[in-house]
Design a protein around this ligand. Structure first.
Ligand code: F6P
Length: 559
């Protein structure tokens, strides 16, 4: 049943989603096929596994293990057409202000446009600017990797510490971990994001400031956590290097705010810029990826951009029936709104992708965790799924129990590669073991095990129910040859455009993030109270007031 969470507020300019014929047709269709089991669907169609699959940019996606029929896909595609997916896609790629609440373009796709392509936004062709920054990054990354770039004392830089948070951290750290196999091993890369002092302390405790470069990543250069950490980094560097001017060669910035960067004291010549039209969570392929480029070389970074670009082209040109990101987005709508699967588990069977679930959390939930439509009315259906996950096979020994036998339906994306990276070659069968686990999980989730099958194993009657797997649990399998920079770029772009597709269907602004502002403001006010600046009149609720008093008392007793 369609999950209607709140009723539409009166006064909305366009009719609510749930009242649209295309949506109602899906509701009726869902009622018709609700009783069908994947066992039956596969038995009825021996070619189902091939038919419900699509390929793009080196990725093969098998979506046959979703609870769908041909009619489901037809109706979802009809919904996409009716919601104007094609037009909205064209508007985004063209640089229209699709981020309506902030009146901005969302032009991350320009970051991977090929040299020589043209994309004119407000009378300026942005592609040459993008490549000018990439070229500067390349020169700097090469200088650093080769040892030509030296620190204040003349020593070679051996450690690179990225300071940033949200999109200015999650993309760089995810990409570094994902591409670690391709990284220069005598360079140490660390990432500091949390305002918790432990994060900075542990990242730097064994480093020599004379051999350390900080990359300060902040689109706005106003983010409290990042500025707090940069001040700590400067103090740490000055303490080791002896004087303030010594740190000049140890800090570079990546930002859109040149003024604030200069005010902080970073030489504008050491700033790598990007643009308002790049959202934080869509910025790992901008200069925010400087740490990635330093780690893996410009050539690999550009291969990653080519992977993004290949999916951009596919998204724009492939018919919707074969359009991978569109299909992934529509299936997410189906699972979220019609099957009531409130969460999506991202399960990479590749240890290098261990930070992908965290990266996709921000991409998905900050983009589509919204309750207001572009028209300003309340949405009338569930929006973004909650994204979570862990690499396989570790997850199997922790939460897969719930995936198989729990009472909540979880949609799953399994991600794997036909070739492992370590060790290279085909002689080691551990990679086969890994991927056997992946395929087996998708099979078990889809088909389960009936009571009759359990009994046939000779299971004592008292245990039969415990050993039954209902199955019928939806999953996608994303498979590529091997984890290359190109494959990573393509994978991230698949999710970016899937998230965009979902936002179009829900008619929400996938590019703003007002929901994170309120907490920031409250934290500032609470800080004054914690430090007693506005004491003793605590004006919070009784719970927060009591917590603040207790904190103050115990804080004073700190050793
Ligand atoms: O969490 C809110 C947010 O604005 C994210 O969208 C962004 O990625 C992050 O903060 C960091 O912002 P900045 O790069 O401006 O420091």
């Amino acid at each position: 049943m369609s999950r209607v969470v709140v009723s539409a507020r009166s006064g909305s300019s366009s009719p609510p989603l749930a009242s649209r014929p295309a949506w109602k047709a899906l509701v009726a269709h869902h009622r018709d096929i609700e009783g069908l089991h994947l066992r039956q669907l596969f038995a009825d169609d021996p070619r189902r596994g091939e038919r419900f699959s699509a390929e793009a940019a080196g990725w093969y996606v098998d979506y046959s293990k979703n609870r769908i029929t041909d009619e489901t896909i037809r109706l979802l595609l009809e919904l996409a057409e009716r919601r104007g997916l094609r037009e909205r896609m064209a508007a985004m790629f063209r640089g229209d202000p699709v981020n309506t609440s902030e009146k901005r373009a969302a032009l991350h796709t320009a970051l991977r446009a090929r040299r020589g392509e043209r994309l004119v936004v407000e009378d300026t062709d942005v592609v040459p600017e993008v490549h000018a920054v990439l070229d500067r990054m390349t020169v700097f990354a090469d200088q650093l990797r080769s040892g030509e770039w030296r620190g204040h004392t003349g020593q070679r830089i051996r450690n690179v510490v990225n300071i940033g948070i949200g999109g200015s951290d999650l993309g760089p750290v995810m990409a570094f971990e994902a591409l670690r196999h391709y990284s220069q091993r005598d360079l140490t890369l660390r990432f500091v994001s949390n305002v918790d002092t432990t994060d900075f302390f542990e990242a730097t405790r064994d480093l020599d400031a004379a051999q350390t470069l900080f990359i300060v990543c902040s689109k706005t250069f106003t983010t409290l956590e990042t500025l707090t950490n940069v001040h700590a980094a400067r103090a740490w560097s000055v303490a080791q290097l002896g004087e303030a001017r010594a740190v000049a060669r140890h800090f570079v910035a990546v930002s859109t705010n040149a003024e604030a960067v200069a005010q902080f004291g970073i030489d504008p010549a050491l700033m790598f810029g990007f643009w308002d039209w790049v959202g934080g969570r869509y910025s790992m392929d901008s200069a925010i990826g400087l740490s990635t480029m330093i780690a893996v070389r410009a050539e690999n970074f550009r291969a990653m951009l080519a992977g993004f670009h290949a999916v951009d082209e596919h998204f724009q040109t492939a018919p919707l029936r074969q359009n991978l990101p569109a299909l992934m987005g529509l299936l997410a709508i189906w699972n979220t709104d019609f099957l009531d699967a409130a969460t999506l588990a991202v399960l990479p069977y590749e240890q290098y992708l261990k930070r992908l679930p965290a990266y996709l959390q921000q991409l998905t939930m900050e983009s589509n965790g919204k309750h207001v439509t572009l028209g300003g009315s309340h949405v009338d259906c569930a929006t973004s799924p909650i994204v979570w996950g862990e690499p396989g096979t570790n997850g199997r020994h922790s939460f897969y129990q719930l995936l198989h036998q729990g009472t909540q339906l979880v949609a799953c994306d399994f991600i794997g590669f036909c070739q492992g990276l370590n060790p290279p070659g085909r002689d080691d069968d551990r990679h086969d073991l890994l991927i056997a686990n992946l395929f087996a999980q998708t099979e078990a989730l889809a088909f389960g095990k009936t009571a009759a099958e359990v009994r046939a194993d000779g299971t004592p009657e008292a245990l039969v129910l415990h050993r039954v797997f209902e199955g019928n649990r939806p999953s996608n399998t994303l498979l590529a040859e091997r984890l290359t920079p190109h494959a990573l770029g393509a994978l991230v772009a698949l999710y970016e455009h899937s998230v965009f597709t979902q936002g179009v269907i829900w008619n929400i602004d996938s590019f703003d993030q007002w929901g994170v502002e309120f907490g920031k403001v409250l934290a500032q006010r609470t800080l004054l109270h914690l430090q007693g600046v506005e004491a003793p009149a605590l004006t919070h609720d009784s719970s927060t007031n009591t917590l603040i008093r207790r904190y103050r008392r115990l804080r004073k007793e700190a050793p």
